[in-house]
Write a protein that binds this ligand. Structure first.
Ligand SMILES: [Zn+2]
Length: 214
């Protein structure tokens, strides 16, 4: 015999990421509408949890206030529920994660699949790649570590031929002779070439996004 197990509904909704002033109530309303619980009930049978999770993800989409605009493009008929940043699937409380997620969406909307980054450190590149992957991918990154490698005009040409957008990350260790290979390259007239002055990943994403949209 398996004993009937039930769970506290408030705790269940908390675990499912419905954190915030209005989120638990909105989630509970869905469970009631789907007949999975009824008003006043405190606990729910464990056997219903799978159906409850399915109902929540079918009808609701969680996002923090900052990720609201980004989430609207994914809503697909679902109701947007504002949750606390740490429960937000887009940024998980991180400004960098949010910025990268927005940049990936903007690139996809504009058909930008190849992003060339000239400048930045290996650590920043690895972090950026990781965040792009977590944001669902769809944008390929090619990076040029300006401080380390030796660059020739031919290498710059190959990179510029590949790139849909070239980003010159000017605030990072990047010798002028390297950045000039790109900013003064004949293809810079055709390939959108953006000079970024911000140091961090979130700042880079914001500046690139603005330039792509403009
Ligand atoms: Zn968020």
């Amino acid at each position: 015999m398996i004993a009937d197990v039930d769970v506290d509904i408030v705790a269940f909704l908390h675990d499912e990421g419905f954190l915030g002033p209005d989120a638990p109530e909105a989630a509970r309303a869905v469970l009631e509408a789907e007949g999975l619980t009824r008003p006043g009930k405190v606990r729910m049978a464990e056997a219903k949890l799978e159906a409850a999770r399915l109902a929540l993800t079918t009808f609701l989409l969680r996002a923090c206030a900052g990720c609201r605009t980004r989430a609207l493009t994914d809503a697909d008929g679902r109701t947007l529920v504002e949750v606390a940043q740490e429960a937000c699937p887009y940024c998980k409380g991180s400004d960098n994660r949010r910025a990268v997620s927005e940049l990936v969406a903007a690139c996809k909307a504009r058909g930008v699949k190849h992003l060339l980054i000239v400048g930045g450190t290996a650590t920043l590149h690895a972090h950026l790649l990781d965040l792009i992957r977590q944001a669902g991918g769809g944008v390929q990154l090619r990076v040029v570590d300006g401080a380390e490698a030796v660059h020739t005009r031919n290498e710059a040409t190959a990179h510029m031929q590949w790139a849909h957008v070239a980003v010159i990350w000017g605030s990072t260790p990047l010798p002028h002779k390297v950045s000039q290979l790109y900013t003064q390259h004949p293809l810079a007239a055709k390939v959108k070439t953006i000079t970024v002055t911000q140091r961090g990943i979130a700042g880079l994403c914001t500046q690139v996004m603005r330039a792509i949209a403009g």
